[in-house]
Design a protein around this ligand. Structure first.
Ligand code: FAD
Ligand code: EPU
Length: 337
């Protein structure tokens, strides 16, 4: 394992923020990862695992060791007439994995096309888009316990998945490193085109016969029309979660703002944070090199050269302004260092 010192992480986070890691290495196997936890020099140091760096904001330099997860490999574990069980290394690029499953004719992940990052980070916040979350097809994962390097299996139930949440962001935060993730996919896809503009996009393209690829292409085209490409403009997708509010607050909002969009959930009413931020006047706003995307107000952007502190300050000002105008608290989705 090759350890580098004073490594600039600008190319390792999609916000494109400069941050220096005292120690840095790439790991390619589960064994190499386990070695770190048993290494005298590194086992007691703070450790940051990086996938694609697409959901992280560096507000300062990380301490200790930063590990870039490159554990590769996709394998078919089991198969019957209707289903397949397929396992991916945590470092497999998520979109490559989705494209692989589509090419094999395995359904379940097509609505999650083009989400940046790695397969290993996907369970962290139960990634979701266009009416689907990974919890819908997730079977289990293997994770290494940081305290002693031992390998553990977490089932779907063990992960306690919720909206942009899992045990790895709550009770088990910073205790495990995810090494492999296994999904149960179907050979007889049930297409989910009801969410957002998927059906509209299929119709506009003259698609009358549904296929995994057609749905994936529609999702890709919608995403490209709204979300900034991190290769061009630094960002980490939605900066905040969509708030779920109680009925009393929703009724007060609806009275004052009859056009407020809303999506009823089991635990309350979900309001799009992008709408709240836009109504508060922030869409397209720019302060120095930090800003709010002009096509999607939920996405904060680095126009080039912003530092993490500037983005954080902007995020705090947006939170305060939405609280003042609507009485709604915005919780961040992005992980802060
Ligand atoms: P990183 O940013 O590298 O890490 C995220 C967190 O997970 C960090 O705390 C890190 O320490 C931890 N971590 C990473 N890998 C591991 C591991 N193997 N074991 C333990 N901890 C780990 N998200 C959605 O849910 N839906 C979307 O539609 C969506 N759209 C996006 C669009 C854009 C343009 C961008 C930039 C981001 C979007 N995201 C979306 C957010 C992001 O893509 C996901 O959260 C993704 O899963 C992050 O993966 P990553 O490998 O980049 O994680
Ligand atoms: N809206 C506005 N103004 C904006 C943006 C949005 O008014 O600038 C309102 C509109 O009413 C729109 C609604 O918000 O119809 C929903 O917008 P959109 O479909 O773009 O989705 P979102 O709720 O903003 C969520 C996820 C995305 C995911 C999309 C598609 C969260 C925090 N974000 O965004 O996930 O891709 O739905 O399913 O749940 C991410 O997590 O990083 C992410 C990009």
């Amino acid at each position: 394992m090759h350890i580098e010192e004073n490594k600039n992480l600008k190319a390792y986070n999609t916000f494109g923020i400069e941050a220096i890691a005292p120690y840095f290495c790439e790991v390619y196997t589960v064994k190499e990862l386990q070695e770190i936890f048993r290494n005298e020099k590194f086992r007691d140091m703070p450790l940051l695992i990086l996938g694609g760096g697409s959901n992280i904001l560096f507000t300062k330099d990380p301490e200790g060791l930063v590990v870039s997860n490159k554990i590769e490999g996709i394998s078919l574990i089991e198969e019957d007439e209707q289903h397949v069980v397929v396992k991916a290394g945590a470092g497999v690029v998520w979109h490559d994995f989705v494209l692989h499953t589509i090419a094999q004719g395995w359904g379940g992940l097509e609505n999650l096309s083009l989400i940046p990052g790695t397969t290993g980070a996907a369970p962290m916040q139960n990634i979701g888009a266009y009416g689907v979350e990974i919890k819908d097809t997730f079977l289990e994962l293997e994770a290494i316990k940081r305290a002693d390097g031992s390998l553990h299996t977490f089932t779907n139930e063990d992960c306690c998945f919720g909206y942009r949440s899992s045990v790895f962001k709550t009770t088990e935060k910073d205790k495990y490193v995810i090494a492999t993730v296994t999904f149960r996919l179907t050979k007889q896809p049930v297409f989910n085109t009801s969410y957002g503009a998927i059906q509209e996009t299929l119709d506009a393209g003259g698609i009358t016969e549904l296929s995994l690829k057609a749905v994936s292409d529609a999702v890709i085209s919608i995403r490209q029309s709204k979300l900034p490409d991190p290769k061009v403009t630094g960002n980490a997708g939605s900066f905040f979660k969509n708030p779920v509010i109680d009925e009393a607050l929703f009724n007060r909002l609806k009275e004052k703002y009859p056009a407020v969009p809303s999506y009823p959930q089991a635990d309350g009413i979900k309001i799009p944070a992008g709408w709240l931020i836009e109504q508060a006047g922030w869409k397209g706003y720019r302060r120095g090199n930090a800003g709010v995307h002009d096509k999607q107000a939920l996405v904060l952007v680095n126009h080039g050269g912003a530092n993490g502190e500037e983005i954080r300050q902007l995020a705090e000002d947006i939170q305060a302004s939405v609280m003042e105008k609507f009485g709604v608290e915005l919780e961040t989705e992005v992980n802060f260092v």
